[in-house]
Design a protein around this ligand. Structure first.
Ligand code: 5GP
Length: 187
């Protein structure tokens, strides 16, 4: 059986990457999202096991020690990581898997998987627009927003190392571009 594709999507916090990916997955139910593990606190609108597997710092560190994670990284003071087993099982069953992860984890996946993965970076139209979106989302304090914007500037520098870049200035257009990359541009 032909193996599934491993697709890594990154982009600054607030760029809308989760929305772009979920719209894409509504159209392509044959492809699947990897659900990450995190030690960050659950937000009001989130569900354990749907948005993330929410864990304590200690539980997360146990998963690291047991080699249960394909990759992990610290972001804004919390751990985030990709459960290895679920990804490997789906890929071996011919299912394309999308990881929506930050840049350190993405680079680690690239180093491990080489040409067996594709990295896609979603860019905001501008930094001002990104700031507006983070404020409007209303999930972070101003301190946390400033911190996320600092991280965003550094992430955008790393985006040079990605295979493809998409500017999210129009949601439908961004979804179409993602579709074109996954279905037509990679093997
Ligand atoms: P948030 O706190 O906004 O949900 O996520 C913060 C950042 O962590 C986002 O850039 C998100 O893509 C990233 N992230 C989510 N899951 C993972 C993961 O499993 N591994 C890594 N390296 N980053 C992740």
């Amino acid at each position: 059986m032909k193996k599934g594709k491993l697709i890594v999507v990154s982009g600054p916090s607030g760029v809308g990457k989760d929305t772009v990916v979920s719209k894409y997955l509504e159209k392509h139910k044959e492809d699947e999202l990897s659900i990450s593990m995190t030690s960050r606190a659950i937000r009001n609108n989130e569900v354990d096991g749907v948005n993330y597997y929410f864990k304590t710092k200690e539980e997360f560190e146990e998963a690291i020690d047991n080699n249960e994670l394909l990759e992990y990284a610290m972001y804004n003071g919390n751990y985030y990581g990709t459960p290895r087993k679920e990804v490997e099982k789906r890929i071996n069953n011919g299912i394309n898997v999308i990881l929506v992860i930050e840049v350190v984890g993405a680079m680690n996946v690239k180093n491990m998987m080489k040409d067996d993965c594709t990295l896609i970076f979603i860019l905001p139209p501008s930094m001002d627009e990104l700031r507006e979106r983070l404020i409007n989302r209303g999930t972070d304090s101003m301190d946390s927003i400033d911190n996320r914007l600092d991280i965003a500037r550094r992430e955008i520098e790393v985006s040079e190392k990605y295979d493809f870049k998409i500017v999210n200035d129009d949601l439908d257009k961004a979804v179409n571009e993602l579709e074109n990359i996954i279905k037509n541009k990679i093997n």
